[in-house]
Design a protein around this ligand. Structure first.
Ligand code: NDP
Length: 478
C-alpha cells in the first residue's frame, strides 16, 4: 500500500514514492511513502492559511477534545504503533513502547494546556487606563523533524501548535515517515478540520527547504543537526516577512563520574546514557569524564556490563540494542571509530559490525578510553553507540572538561556528595542536568532544550512551549 501526503482535505499521491526500509532486516519494506514537492508544500501552506481564521477562533475546549481523542487512540494502539516504530527506526520494542506512551502523554498534556491559556490584566501607569496582555496563535507553523524519535518529536511539536490554535505543515524525516503518517491520520480522524494539519513527506533539500522559504509559513520549528539548523535559521531570518524559528540540535553530553560515586549506579547510568537506543539520542552521554580514583574500576565494570548487552533485531525480545538506523549512520559511526583509533584513543570494547540472522545495520557498542577532550570523538556528535572515557584529576577539572564543548543540551554527574551534586547542577553549562540519572530521559511536562550550539529559540515541551507557539499582544483599554 502507498501512503499519500495529506494536503487540505486531500490524500495526494506523490509523483514518486520511497520505500521505508527496516534497519533490522533491510529486505523488509515497511511501506511505500509519497515523495512530495515544493508545489505540494505551496498547496499545503495555502490550505493551512485558509483553515487558520476559523481554527484559531475555535473554542479551547474543542481543541482539547480533539487532542484527548488522539491521545486515547495512540494509547489504545500502543502495541501496533510501537511495532511500527521498531520496524522503521530500529528501536527495541520496549523502547518503542516507551516512546509511543510518551507521545500519548504529550497529546494529553497539551490538550489540557489548550484550556489553561490565560492572559493578564493590570493598571497602566496612566490613570484610568487598563492594559491587558494576551497570547494569540502565531499562524501557520512549519514542522521539520529528525529520524531518531519518529513519533515523540512530531507529537511534541504538533500538539502545542494545535493546542494554541495554529495550523501546521509537517515534514517528517524521510527515513521514518510511517509513525508520522499514523500520527497525522489519528489527529485528522480525531476531528481536525481540513487544512489544519498537513503532511508533506520527502527530502529535506526539497520539501524541507520549501517549508523554510515559502511565504505563508509564519514560524519554523526544527529538530536535527547543527549544520541543517544553522541554514534553516539563516533562511528564516532572510525570508520576507521573517519567520520565527526554534531549533533543537545536537549534543555532546558529559557524564561526570566522581571517586565517591556508587559504582553500580554510575555503570547503570553510563550504560543507559551512552548506548541505549543505539546511542542515537541527542541527550546521549557520549563523553564519560571519570576521576582518577574510580577510573579503572569504572572502565572494568562498564566493559563487563557492555558485554551483556544483546545487539539484535529490534523486535526480538532478547535485544537490548537495536541496529543503527541506516547505512549512512553506520558508516558515520565506523568513521568515528577509525578516527578515535587514529587520534590515539584505546578502543577497549565493541565497534565491530555484527552478523545476525537478518541483514541489518548491527554494530557492537564501542567504548574508547585514554581519550582527550580535544579529539574529534570527544568534540563532534557521533549519534551512534560510541562513547569515550576521559580521565580527569578531580571534580574541578571534570567540570571544566564537561563545559568545554560547543554543545549544551544535557549534563550528568554520578556522585554521593551533595556539595558536588549541587555545585554541578548550578554550574554545568547545559539546559538539563541530571544527578545519578542518565543524561537522556526528560519528562513530557517539563521544558526540554539546551544552550550554546544545542538549541536556539524558546524551549520545547511543558508550559514553556507556548513561548514559541503563541505571540504576545499588549492591549490598552482607555
Ligand atoms: P538532519 O539535520 O539531517 O535532518 C533533520 C530534518 O531536517 C530531516 O527531516 C531532514 O530531512 C530535514 N532537512 C535536511 N536538510 C534540510 C534543509 N536544507 N532544509 C530543511 N530541512 C532539511 O538531522 P537527522 O535527521 O540526521 O537527525 C539527527 C540529528 O538530530 C542529530 O544531530 C541529533 O542530535 C538531532 N536531534 C536533536 C534533538 C534535540 O531535541 N536537541 C532530538 C533528536 C535529534 P530528510 O532527512 O528527510 O532529508
Amino acid at each position: 500500500m502507498d501512503f499519500a501526503n495529506r494536503i487540505g482535505a486531500e490524500l495526494r499521491a506523490g509523483a514518486t514514492s520511497r520505500p521505508n526500509i527496516n534497519p533490522s532486516d533491510t529486505t523488509e519494506v515497511v511501506g511505500e511513502f509519497a515523495q512530495g514537492t515544493a508545489s505540494d508544500v505551496a498547496d499545503a501552506v495555502a490550505a493551512a492559511r485558509e483553515a487558520f481564521p476559523a481554527w484559531s477562533r475555535t473554542s479551547p475546549m474543542e481543541r482539547h477534545g480533539i487532542l484527548m481523542r488522539a491521545a486515547a487512540e495512540v494509547a489504545a494502539r500502543a502495541e501496533e504503533l510501537a511495532t511500527l516504530l521498531a520496524r522503521e527506526e530500529g528501536k527495541t520494542l520496549a523502547d518503542a513502547r516507551g516512546e509511543v506512551g510518551r507521545a500519548a502523554q504529550i497529546l494529553a498534556f497539551f490538550a489540557a494546556e489548550a484550556v489553561r491559556l490565560m492572559g493578564e490584566t493590570g493598571p497602566s501607569i496612566r490613570p484610568g487606563v487598563t492594559v491587558e496582555i494576551t497570547r494569540e496563535p502565531v499562524g501557520v507553523i512549519g514542522i521539520i523533524t529528525p529520524w531518531n524519535f519518529p513519533i515523540a518529536i512530531p507529537a511534541w511539536k504538533i500538539a502545542p501548535a494545535l493546542a494554541y490554535g495554529n495550523c501546521v505543515v509537517f515534514k517528517p524525516a524521510d527515513l521514518v515517515p510511517a509513525c508520522a503518517w499514523a500520527l497525522v491520520d489519528i489527529l485528522i480522524r480525531a476531528g481536525l478540520p481540513a487544512g489544519v494539519l498537513n503532511l508533506v513527506m520527502g527530502p529535506g533539500r526539497s520539501v524541507g527547504e520549501a517549508i523554510v522559504t515559502t511565504r505563508g509559513i509564519d514560524a519554523v520549528t526544527f529538530t536535527g543537526s547543527v549544520a541543517t539548523g544553522r541554514g534553516i535559521a539563516a533562511a528564516c531570518v532572510a525570508s520576507q516577512p521573517m519567520k520565527k524559528v526554534q531549533l533543537e540540535m545536537g549534543g555532546k553530553n558529559p557524564l561526570l563520574v566522581l571517586d565517591d560515586a556508587d559504582l553500580d549506579v554510575a555503570v547503570r547510568v553510563a550504560l543507559d546514557g551512552a548506548f541505549f537506543q543505539t546511542g542515537q539520542r541527542c541527550t546521549a552521554s557520549s563523553r564519560l569524564i571519570v576521576t582518577e580514583g574510580i577510573h579503572d574500576r569504572f572502565v572494568a565494570a562498564l566493559t563487563q556490563a557492555m558485554a551483556g548487552l544483546t545487539v539484535g533485531h529490534a523486535l526480538d525480545a532478547a535485544t537490548r540494542i537495536g541496529p543503527v538506523a541506516d547505512a549512512g549512520q553506520l558508516s558515520t559511526d565506523l568513521g568515528y571509530i577509525e578516527k578515535g583509533r587514529a587520534e590515539g584513543a584505546q578502543l577497549v570494547a565493541g565497534g565491530e559490525i555484527l552478523n545476525r540472522p537478518t541483514q541489518g545495520h548491527y554494530l557492537s557498542p564501542a567504548l574508547f578510553t585514554e581519550a582527550t577532550n580535544s579529539m574529534a570523538i570527544a568534540r563532534e556528535e557521533i549519534f551512534g553507540p560510541v562513547a569515550c572515557v576521559i580521565r580527569v584529576r578531580d571534580y574541578d577539572e571534570g567540570l571544566a572538561v564537561a563545559n568545554d564543548t560547543d554543545f549544551g543540551l544535557s549534563a550528568g554527574i554520578c556522585t554521593t556528595s551533595l556539595k558536588h551534586a549541587t555545585h554541578f547542577r548550578r554550574n554545568a553549562e547545559a539546559g538539563m542536568v541530571m544527578v545519578n540519572l542518565p543524561t537522556a530521559g526528560v519528562d513530557p511536562h517539563v521544558p526540554f532544550g539546551g544552550r550554546k550550539g544545542s538549541s536556539y529559540g524558546p524551549r520545547e515541551q511543558g508550559s514553556l512551549a507556548r513561548e514559541f507557539y503563541t505571540t504576545v499582544k499588549t492591549g490598552y483599554i482607555g
